[in-house]
Design a protein around this ligand. Structure first.
Ligand code: G4P
Length: 536
C-alpha cells in the first residue's frame, strides 16, 4: 500500500524534482546602453550575491588582468566573454547567463540563448525597441523562449506608455500585459501602480527596495507632486485596464505574450517586481530536444550540453572552461560522464559553480544549472555529456559567417602548428574554420570583425603565430547536404575548388557572391544549402 503511494508521489515530490522546480535560468537581451549591466548588478544585489554595486562593471577589468589577449577588451571597453551568475532569492535559484554586449560576438549570444529557459528584455523607455533587441528577440522566438519585459530609465524623459506597448506589439508581434503602470514620467516619475494589487510603489518610499506597495489614492499623489496630472493618470489607468490583455500564463510560456514591468535600474526601482515576476511566471528548466527523444529535466540520470568554451583564464596553462547546461538529473563532483561524441568517459573532478563572480567548486548541480568544466581541449561546443545514454542534444547552432578571410602565415614553417591552433579556436567557437579541399590555405569565417582581432591576438599570444588575414575569393559559406549520397558526391566532385570542410569535416560550399551562390543552387538539384548548422 504505502509503496504505491510512494511511487505515485515520487515524480513530483522527489528531492531532485524539487531542486529542478526551484531553478530559473535566464538571460537578458537588450540593445547596448539600455541598462543591462546596471540591471544585472541590481538583480545580484537583490540576491545578496554581491554587496557592492558597481562590481559587475569592475569585473571586466579584473578579468582583463588575467590574460594578455583580453587587452582587446580593455582597449576597446567591450566585454568579449560570456559569464554565468547564480544567486538565490525567495528560495529560488536564479542562473543569469550574461552575454557579450558587442554585436560582433553575437554568435556567442545566440548559443547562450540555447541554454536558457526564459529571457528578460530590457528596453530604454526613451528609445523603445532598438535594432539589436529586435534581432535577439527573433532568436528567442525561434526557440519559443518566454520573454519578460523591463522598461528601464523611467526616471528620465520617456515615451508615452501606450506608445511603447504598442511598439512591442507591432514590431515584435507579441501581446503585452503591463504588470505595473508608471505614475508620472521623467522628472515627475513618482513610482508605479501595481496592476494586480492596486497599490502604489513610490520611488522615494520604502517600496523602492522592498517592492512593498502602499494603498494611496491617486488624488493624494497629486498633492505630493503638484506637477502630476491626476486626471491624466486616472484616464491612463482606466484605459489600460480596459485595453490591455489580462496576463495569461500559458500565452506567456508559449512566447505569445510578455508581462511588462516599468522601473529604473539605476535607482534600483522596479527590479524587485521583475525578480518576483521571473520567480512566479518564468518556467523551471524545460525538457530539451535530443536526436533520440525529449529529455525531461527531472529525469534522474544526468545529461548536459556545452554551449560555450572560455579559454585562458590562465594564459600559462592552456586551460579551457566548458560551460555546460545541465538538462536532466544531478551532477556531483567526481562523477564520471560519457562524452557522447567520442564515446569516452571523463571524470568531472572539479566542476565549477558560478556564484556571482567567484568561481567556486560545486559539490552538486541540478538540471537548469550551468557548470564550468575545466579541460584541456577535450570538450567542444555542442558536446553532450550523459550518464551513459548515447543521445545528443540538438539545437546549438552555427551560423554561416558574414565575413570570410584567408589566413596568411608569416612563417611558412609553422603550418602544422597553425592547423592545430585553428582547430582549437574553431572548437571553442572563436571563429569558424573552413579547409578547402583543393589544399589551399585555411579560410576563417566570422560574424563580426572583432572576432578576427581576437583570433589574431590569441594566435600570437598563445601559439606565437603571427598571422595576417587576406581578402579571399570567397565571401559566402553554406553547408551542403543531400538525402542522396551520390548526388552530394557528384556535386562535390563538380565544384571541387569551391568545397571546404568545416570543423566536423562536413562539406561547405564557398561562393564568391550571392549571385554565384544563387546560380549554383538553382542548378544543384537535390542539394540543400543551409546557412545554419546544428553543432554536433
Ligand atoms: P548596457 O549594459 O545595456 O550597455 O547599459 P548600462 O547598464 O551600462 O547602462 C548604460 C547607461 O545608462 C549608463 O550610464 C547607466 O548608468 C545608465 N542607466 C542604466 N539604467 C538607468 C536608469 O534606470 N536610469 C538612468 N537615468 N540611467 C540609467 P553611463 O553614463 O553610460 O555610464 P556610467 O558612467 O553611469 O556607468
Amino acid at each position: 500500500m504505502s509503496d504505491t503511494a510512494a511511487t505515485t508521489e515520487s515524480p513530483s515530490r522527489s528531492p531532485l524534482s524539487e531542486e529542478v522546480a526551484r531553478r530559473r535560468t535566464f538571460a537578458i537581451i537588450s540593445h547596448p546602453d539600455a541598462g543591462k549591466t546596471t540591471l544585472t548588478e541590481k538583480l545580484l544585489l537583490f540576491g545578496g550575491a554581491i554587496n557592492l554595486a558597481g562590481q559587475v562593471k569592475a569585473k571586466g577589468e579584473r578579468r582583463n588582468t588575467r590574460s594578455d589577449w583580453m587587452k582587446i577588451e580593455r582597449e576597446r571597453g567591450i566585454s568579449v566573454v560570456t559569464s554565468v551568475m547564480t544567486f538565490e532569492f525567495n528560495d529560488l535559484v536564479f542562473n543569469l547567463l550574461d552575454t557579450p554586449g558587442h554585436e560582433d560576438f553575437s554568435e556567442d549570444t545566440y548559443r547562450t540563448l540555447t541554454a536558457v529557459d526564459s529571457a528578460v528584455m530590457v528596453i530604454d523607455a526613451a528609445k523603445g525597441i532598438e535594432a539589436r533587441t529586435r534581432k535577439l528577440f527573433e532568436v528567442c522566438r525561434l526557440r519559443d523562449i518566454p520573454i519578460i519585459t523591463f522598461i528601464n530609465k523611467m526616471d528620465r524623459e520617456s515615451r508615452d506608455t501606450f506608445e511603447l506597448l504598442d511598439e512591442i506589439e507591432k514590431t515584435l508581434a507579441l501581446d503585452t500585459t503591463p504588470m505595473t503602470w508608471p505614475v508620472g514620467r521623467g522628472r515627475d516619475f513618482l513610482g508605479t501602480y501595481d496592476v494586480v494589487s492596486g497599490g502604489v510603489r513610490l520611488l522615494e518610499g520604502g517600496g523602492a527596495k522592498t517592492g512593498a506597495t502602499e494603498q494611496i489614492d491617486i488624488g493624494d499623489l497629486g498633492k505630493r507632486n503638484p506637477n502630476l496630472d491626476v486626471a491624466e493618470v486616472r484616464d491612463e489607468l482606466a484605459l489600460a485596464s480596459e485595453a490591455c490583455k489580462p496576463f495569461e500564463l500559458a500565452a506567456f510560456r508559449e512566447g505569445h505574450l510578455t508581462p511588462v514591468y516599468f522601473g529604473s535600474a539605476l535607482r534600483n526601482f522596479g527590479v524587485g517586481d521583475l525578480l518576483e515576476g521571473l520567480g512566479k511566471f518564468a518556467p523551471a528548466p524545460r525538457a530539451q530536444d535530443s536526436d533520440l527523444r525529449k529529455v525531461e529535466a527531472a529525469e534522474p540520470r544526468m545529461s548536459a550540453f556545452v554551449f560555450k568554451i572560455q579559454a585562458n583564464m590562465d594564459p600559462n596553462h592552456r586551460d579551457r572552461i566548458a560551460f555546460a547546461r545541465l538538462c536532466s538529473g544531478k551532477l556531483s563532483r567526481g562523477m564520471k560522464a560519457k562524452l557522447v561524441r567520442t564515446g569516452k568517459n571523463m571524470s568531472l573532478s572539479s566542476p565549477q559553480f558560478f556564484f556571482a563572480q567567484d568561481r567556486s567548486v560545486a559539490d552538486e548541480a541540478f538540471a537548469g544549472d550551468v557548470v564550468g568544466i575545466p579541460n584541456h581541449g577535450t570538450l567542444r561546443i555542442g558536446d553532450t555529456l550523459t550518464e551513459g545514454e548515447d543521445l545528443t542534444f540538438v539545437g546549438v547552432p552555427s551560423f554561416a559567417p558574414e565575413i570570410v578571410r584567408r589566413v596568411r602565415l608569416t612563417d611558412a614553417m609553422k603550418a602544422k602548428k597553425l592547423k592545430e591552433a585553428l582547430q582549437q579556436m574553431s572548437e571553442e567557437g572563436v571563429v569558424q574554420v573552413f579547409r578547402p579541399r583543393d589544399g589551399a590555405p585555411a579560410l576563417v569565417g566570422v560574424v563580426g570583425p572583432l572576432q578576427l582581432d581576437v583570433l589574431k591576438a590569441r594566435l600570437d599570444a598563445e601559439y606565437s603565430l603571427p598571422v595576417e588575414f587576406e581578402i579571399s575569393e570567397f565571401s559566402l559559406a553554406r553547408w551542403i547536404s543531400s538525402d542522396d549520397r551520390k548526388k552530394l558526391d557528384a556535386f562535390v566532385a563538380a565544384n571541387n575548388s569551391g568545397i571546404a570542410d568545416d570543423v566536423d569535416g562536413d562539406p561547405v560550399f564557398m561562393a564568391k557572391n550571392e549571385f554565384y551562390l544563387g546560380y549554383t543552387r538553382e542548378r544543384a538539384e537535390g542539394i540543400t544549402f543551409s546557412n545554419v548548422k546544428d553543432v554536433k
